[in-house]
Design a binder for this molecule. Structure first.
Ligand code: DGL
Length: 259
């Protein structure tokens, strides 16, 4: 069992921000990544559709022999992970906007959360927000249009800059000192965000925390790969292979797959 791969999926290429942290932290693990880019964005879809797509991705990863699944998508986690956990035997790791560290550390008592509509409207997001951010002003901003731009290779475009500016300006006016990135596509925007935000604003991205949690759960289930072999990594997309390859800074084995 420990030699079987870790499965990772996202609505598209964004979850590679999590995938990279996992590969760095767990170099002995085999990994299979699925970018469901043909169905991106998930963020505007109804919850039942997000669950349906998450089931499709999960079943393919299980067919490919995965021992654990990382839902590298805030939208799929907040809408589908409880369903997945109750219907499949493998452990699932999810990602949610990291409101807790921002709410605990804010000095201005005002934080911003940039995420998809599907995440911000989910029950899980509200539960977490009520639990950790009472007494804190949380400015929730839907990142409408960001994921389609990244999926079409327009990460560093003027269009992106204008869009981000329109989302950040009201948060800056309200004096946020933390910006929580609530979508796994958004870490790729950090260089651009840094040029637009006042330097007092801390950006929170939870990629490394997800990788550490993956390691902890593998250990807990005694399925950490201890073998000293080089790992086999495979990334599949049902969308544009070029866009996927551009976001990967190493040469990984990538392929188009119709799923
Ligand atoms: N990477 C997904 C997330 O973390 C993007 C969602 C979407 O496709 O809209 O939420």
């Amino acid at each position: 069992m420990s030699k079987q791969p870790i499965g990772i999926f996202d609505s598209g290429v964004g979850g590679t921000s999590i995938f990279k942290e996992i590969v760095d932290l767990l170099p002995n693990e085999d990994c299979i990544y699925l970018a469901d880019s043909i169905n991106a964005p998930y963020g505007n879809k109804p919850a039942d559709k997000i669950v349906e797509l998450s089931i499709k991705n999960t079943e393919l990863l299980l067919e490919l022999g995965c021992k654990l699944i990382v839902v590298a998508c805030n939208t799929a986690t907040t809408n589908a992970i409880s369903y997945l956990r109750s219907h499949y035997d493998v452990p699932f790791i999810g990602i949610e906007p990291a409101i807790k560290p921002a709410a605990l550390n804010t000095k201005t008592k005002t934080i911003g959360v940039l995420a998809t509509k599907g995440t911000l409207s989910s029950h899980l997001f509200h539960k977490t927000s009520d639990l950790y951010a009472s007494g804190i002003k949380v400015i929730e901003q839907v990142g409408e249009g960001i994921v389609p731009l990244i999926e079409s290779g327009k990460l560093n475009s003027d269009e992106m800059k204008n869009l981000l500016n329109s989302y950040l300006e009201p948060m800056i006016q309200e004096n946020i000192d933390y910006l929580v990135l609530g979508c796994t596509h958004y870490p790729y925007l950090i260089p651009m965000l840094k040029t637009m935000l006042p330097k007092e604003v801390t950006i929170i991205d939870s990629g490394l925390a997800v990788a550490k949690q993956t390691k902890a759960i593998l250990e807990k289930h005694h399925i950490l790969n201890q073998a000293n072999s080089t790992s086999a990594i495979k990334l599949y997309t049902n969308g544009n292979l070029e866009v996927l390859n551009t976001l990967l800074d190493h040469q990984f084995d990538t392929a188009y797959l119709d799923f």
